[in-house]
Design a protein. Structure first.
Ligand code: GLC
Ligand code: CA
Length: 515
């Protein structure tokens, strides 16, 4: 069967953090019905796909990335039936939806873990990574110990209440380490496939996979983990050829080999993503003191390594990093979105970024959010109580909202035709009308010099070539360019001047030109 995932080519994703999006039963926490109610809104912005953060049963020690039952929706969001209805409502609108699969670890409250803590051997004894003695720690990993009858320490993946599931070791050098094809690791993987089967049969379109690159341990080059995902892809090709997989991995040369369609550029590791938006002098600040060149060379390196598949997704933000609007503002945001919406790979817009929602400073941590809590505050819809997010008393809201008098809302942004919201809507429309600008269009960088502005690149597909020029700096700049812009399809902040192989670019500008 030939898989049909071609919708990805012009997909523009909207990331929904379910607890903070829209509350319809007044308990202060967002829910599935609330998401359904807002699908038309998402569509009106131009997004045609959704990534939903984990929405499964959980004690919420890490906001749901600590699953205690993979087969049940968390009651606070609704039932499995409600979630199924959400899938259907997306499809009715020609939209697609990815769930968040957390295969690396569970909550300590998962039944598997409770069983695996028992001293007598049972089906779940090898589901997690345990050493043979309480006195031996799993090397290089944090651990849980002293709470089980079983004599051993259990490796953890993230917080200390998230025990690592056992997919085996690429190289084993201790008796308790099991190879990937050991019985325990194989059973873990089969169970993960069952979970995928369950939700795909119910109608979801695929998964964003949490920490996808770290499942097999002692696997420095990722060879074991790649093999594991190839095995998953074979299963999907057999049973769900249309299932889409997007990885949180950050190494597209590896993840694409593993059968993922796209990989995220991460805000940690070597991607230089933070140079763009989140550092002392971001490239997208109008101060114009940023440096885009290291980002571009790393991007080009990944692009070459992944055979120009170009499916590296650059998100506007997510639930793990500061809001975009914490370090750049106003027109800078519009110019940043011109970049985000004209790069290869599907763009991901984090809920609220389309209205310039701010990072809420000084919040106490909620559900293991810590510094991330300020980026997870409830969506601001309108000027009614709690910005239209919920009818609950203010103190009951999942996280405190931005209380500034001028906080942006969907209502104010959609009413103002010069708003960020309208700029993004226009940019999405233009992207979707031009193949060259979409996920699979090629990219070549035309100008990306050290400590210099602008950034210019060519996107192309079939017979179409589009030159993108981005100048966030508050000064006019000029660059040499062998291409002569023919027709303008988008501009913000003035007009360029092209003559004799040189293009001069106004301050705070972005523009797309057919060549
Ligand atoms: C991913 C998630 C993050 C979570 C972590 C552990 O990085 O995006 O929110 O805390 O994995 O599951
Ligand atoms: Ca609710």
């Amino acid at each position: 069967m030939k898989s049909n995932t071609s919708w990805l080519d012009n997909a523009v994703f909207y990331e929904i953090y379910p607890q903070s999006f829209n509350d319809t039963n007044g308990d202060g926490i967002g829910d599935f019905n609330g998401i359904i109610e807002k699908l038309d809104y998402i569509k009106s912005l131009g997004c045609n796909a959704v990534w939903l953060n984990p929405c499964f049963e959980s004690p919420f020690g890490d906001a749901g990335y600590d699953v205690s039952d993979y087969y049940s929706a968390a009651p606070r969001y609704g039932t499995n039936e409600d979630l199924k209805r959400l899938f259907e409502e997306c499809h009715k609108r020609d939209m697609h939806i990815l769930l968040d699969l957390v295969p690396g670890h569970t909550s300590v409250e998962h039944n598997w873990f409770k069983e695996s803590m028992k001293s007598e051997k049972n089906t779940y004894s090898d589901r997690y990574i345990w050493t043979d003695s309480i006195w031996e720690e799993p090397q290089g990993m944090g651990c849980i110990r002293g709470i089980s009858d079983r004599d051993g320490s259990c490796a953890v993946n993230f917080f200390s209440h998230q025990p690592a599931l056992n997919y085996g070791f690429y190289k084993c050098d201790r008796p308790w380490q099991q190879p990937m094809d050991g019985e325990g690791p194989r059973a873990t993987l089969e169970e993960m496939k069952n979970i995928m089967r369950f939700w795909l049969s119910m109608g979801c379109d695929g998964f964003r996979v949490d920490m996808a690159g770290s499942l097999v341990k002692h696997d420095e080059d990722g060879k074991g983990t790649i093999k594991l995902w190839q095995n998953v892809r074979e299963f999907l090709d057999r049973e769900f050829p249309e299932a889409v997989m997007v990885s949180e991995w950050g190494e597209p040369d590896k993840s694409l080999q593993g059968g993922f369609h796209m990989d995220f550029l991460l805000h940690f590791g070597p991607s230089h993503y933070n140079d763009l938006f989140r550092c002392e002098e971001p490239f997208f600040s109008s101060r114009g003191k940023g440096n885009v060149s290291e980002f571009v060379s790393k991007y080009e390196e990944n692009y070459e390594k992944s055979e120009k598949k170009g499916l590296i997704c650059i998100p506007s933000g997510n639930h793990d990093m500061d809001r975009l609007a914490r370090s750049i503002k106003g027109d800078e945001l519009k110019i940043a979105f011109a970049f985000l919406l004209s790069m290869p790979g599907a763009p991901f817009i984090y809920y609220g970024d389309e209205i310039g929602m701010r990072y809420v400073e000084g919040l106490a941590s909620v559900e293991g959010g810590y510094g991330r809590t300020g980026s997870r505050s409830p969506m601001q819809w309108d000027n009614t109580v709690n910005a239209g997010f919920s009818s609950a008393p203010k103190e009951k809201l999942y996280i405190k909202q931005d209380e500034s008098a001028d906080r942006p809302t969907v209502q104010s942004q959609t009413a103002d035709e010069n708003s960020l919201w309208h700029e993004i809507q226009q940019l999405i429309r233009i992207r979707q009308a031009h193949k060259a600008l979409q996920s699979n269009g090629e990219i070549t960088f035309v100008y990306a010099e050290k400590n210099a502005y602008p950034l210019a690149y060519m996107r192309s597909a079939e017979n179409e070539k589009i030159l993108v020029i981005i100048n966030p700096a508050g000064r006019e700049v000029c660059f040499e360019c062998e291409y002569a812009p023919k027709e303008k399809i988008y501009s913000f902040g003035g007009e360029i001047n092209a003559a004799e192989g040189k293009i001069s670019v106004p301050p705070c500008f972005s523009g797309f030109y057919i060549i």
